[in-house]
Design a protein around this ligand. Structure first.
Ligand code: TRP
Length: 328
């Protein structure tokens, strides 16, 4: 039986951090074993927020690809490509935009939230309103069965399904497949200051950080805020450091830390040093791979070119079907 198909995209708005890894990339890597996967850098989507200064998008497109490859996305298993190199995305976006009622887009919660949330960029653009339409084109071009995304993207997937039903209904033909969201559970991993890990909060640990960067960041981490003195007992359940121990430290060490923190036998400074050790040990293979891959930009470029070629064939066939449906 043919493998089911997975498709997902990531915006190249910066270097990838551990939040991106545990929130999406790790899952993508696992899905490669069971599914036929298409993963792409959504550079056109990042223009919705970066249109005033798009000068770094190209650089980050490369860096994201390097992060992907060093973390374990395998071009032998998955098709890796760049959205803007496949004009079929833009063309289908245009065709779809003709059949999508604007109120569907205006009631998209992300659209409304960003108008309030994003202060430094005017988010009232036509392109941003149409974000889910472009995303629908991304998905249906590849006849994707499942789209792995975080829960925040669930409304977008719902819009995609509605668009598919509307298009197929209007032209009385099953041109597009209705995609299903594959919502991944995201472990709670905050940044070093205890807020959600994010580039814009300046609190992230990056997949491209050096040992020195990581050591410095771990030492600066917020711990249990109620533990004022070294002699005060702490609570790992509210400590911002402990979730990292759960990811990187062996289980017996976690138990020991949990016990000794609660009795104040262990101080936060020593607890951080333990984390620096286990984290560096865990991340070192990745760091080495990343250095090797980043040193061969030509090979990275070839992987993206090859992926783009493969993806474009599929995209073109779908676009042709869409054009036939509208008798163009
Ligand atoms: N909106 C997604 C995000 O910001 C990125 C994206 C663009 C995407 N097109 C997609 C994800 C298609 C899944 C499928 O995370």
């Amino acid at each position: 039986m043919a493998k089911k198909r997975i498709l997902s995209g990531m915006q190249p708005s910066g270097l990838l951090h551990l939040g991106n890894y545990y929130g999406a990339l790790k899952n993508w890597i696992e899905l490669q074993e069971q599914f036929e996967c298409f993963y792409f850098v959504a550079d056109w989507h990042s223009l919705t927020t970066l249109y005033e200064d798009p000068s770094h998008i190209k650089k980050y497109t490369f860096e994201v690809a390097v992060d992907w490859l060093s973390a374990g996305l395998d071009p032998g298993k998955s098709t890796l490509f760049v959205q803007s190199r496949i004009p079929e995305h833009a063309e289908l976006h245009l065709i779809l935009s003709m059949v999508v009622p604007v109120p569907w887009l205006e009631r998209n919660p992300t659209y409304k939230e960003k108008q309030v949330e994003v202060k430094n960029v005017d988010m009232s653009s036509y392109g941003f309103l149409g974000y889910p339409v472009l995303q629908t084109a991304d998905i249906v071009l590849y006849n994707a069965d499942y789209v792995p995304v975080g829960i925040d993207q669930a409304p977008h997937l719902e819009i995609s399904r509605e668009i598919v039903r509307r298009f197929n209904g209007l032209y009385k033909k099953k041109v597009f497949k209705e995609p299903q969201a594959k919502i991944s559970e995201i472990p709670k991993l905050n940044g070093i200051d205890g807020r959600k890990m994010s580039k814009s909060y300046n609190n992230a640990i990056y997949l491209s950080d050096t040992e020195k960067d990581i050591t410095k960041k771990v030492k600066a981490m917020l711990t249990d805020p109620a533990r004022g003195l070294r002699t005060d007992p702490g609570d790992p359940d509210v400590c911002n450091l402990f979730p990292f121990h759960k990811l990187y430290s062996p289980e017996d060490m976690q138990k020991e830390i949990d016990r000794d923190c609660r009795t104040a036998a262990l101080g936060c400074g020593d607890c951080k040093l333990k984390l620096v050790d286990t984290m560096l040990e865990g991340l070192r293979p990745h760091m080495e791979r990343r250095r090797e891959i980043a040193a061969k930009p030509r090979e990275v470029e070839e992987i993206l070119e090859e992926g783009t070629r493969k993806a474009q064939k599929v995209a073109k066939a779908t676009l042709d079907r869409a054009k036939q449906a509208i008798k163009f």
